[in-house]
Design a protein around this ligand. Structure first.
Ligand SMILES: N[C@@H](CCC(=O)N[C@@H](CS)C(=O)NCC(=O)O)C(=O)O
Length: 201
């Protein structure tokens, strides 16, 4: 399998999932402006949507969309418990978190990385982020990880998006639970390895 990624972008969550899974994989960086991969390939021929992450499987199939990629990885390594088994209620709770992180957190960070975004859009996004992060902090108050005691791909995704707060005027210190959670996840060997491979530490 090969993951196409950009350092520190949402593809980091899939990268963490791959390391945590213990499965063999390669990675290749993408220049998202030029839509060219590090080896010079036209990235739009790999993912016509032009964004990371994209996972090319050993049989040549291409998977896109972070939550789908992460669930695929988790299902290839069931012994690692990166996602509850399909059909279990906990799997639907995980999917709820993946959707919440993707649509309510990740996409409210997006205008801050978009030079064309208006200040009104950014203000609305910031207000959404603050309310949704307060909710997330409340949910994590008595938990080690999003689903309880076990790390899951939801944590890989939440860790990744919380890391973007430092690039925008958003002080995570308002939610000490989130600060503690992020350091806890960040200390995991798998997370450290992915950060190192992306040149982030
Ligand atoms: N819905 C996609 C969103 C992926 C996405 O937002 N990727 C960003 C990086 S975090 C990207 O590659 N942006 C470049 C672009 O859209 O051209 C997913 O969940 O995988």
């Amino acid at each position: 399998m090969k993951l196409f990624y950009k350092a520190g972008a949402c593809s980091l969550a899939s990268h963490i999932a791959l390391v945590e899974s213990g499965l063999p994989f390669d990675i290749e960086a993408v220049d998202l402006k030029a839509k060219v991969t590090a080896s010079g390939a036209d990235f739009t021929k790999i993912n016509a949507k032009g964004y990371v992450p994209a996972l090319v499987l050993d049989n040549g199939d291409v998977l896109t969309e972070g939550p789908a990629i992460m669930q695929y990885i988790a299902d290839q390594a069931p012994a690692k418990h990166l996602a509850p088994l399909n059909d279990a209620m906990a799997r639907y709770r995980l999917q709820g978190w993946l959707t919440f992180i993707g649509t309510e957190l990740h996409k409210n960070f997006s205008p801050f990385f978009n030079p064309a975004a208006s200040s009104d859009w950014k203000a609305a996004a910031m207000s959404n982020l603050e309310r949704r992060l307060a909710y997330t902090a409340q949910q994590l108050e008595d938990k080690t990880y999003l689903l309880g005691d076990e790390f899951s791909i939801g944590d890989a995704y939440l860790f990744t998006v919380l890391g973007w707060a430092k690039f925008i005027d958003l002080d995570l210190g308002k939610w000490p639970v989130l600060v503690a959670y992020r350091s806890r996840v960040g200390e995991r060997a798998g997370v450290q390895a992915a950060l190192k491979a992306e040149g982030l530490i």
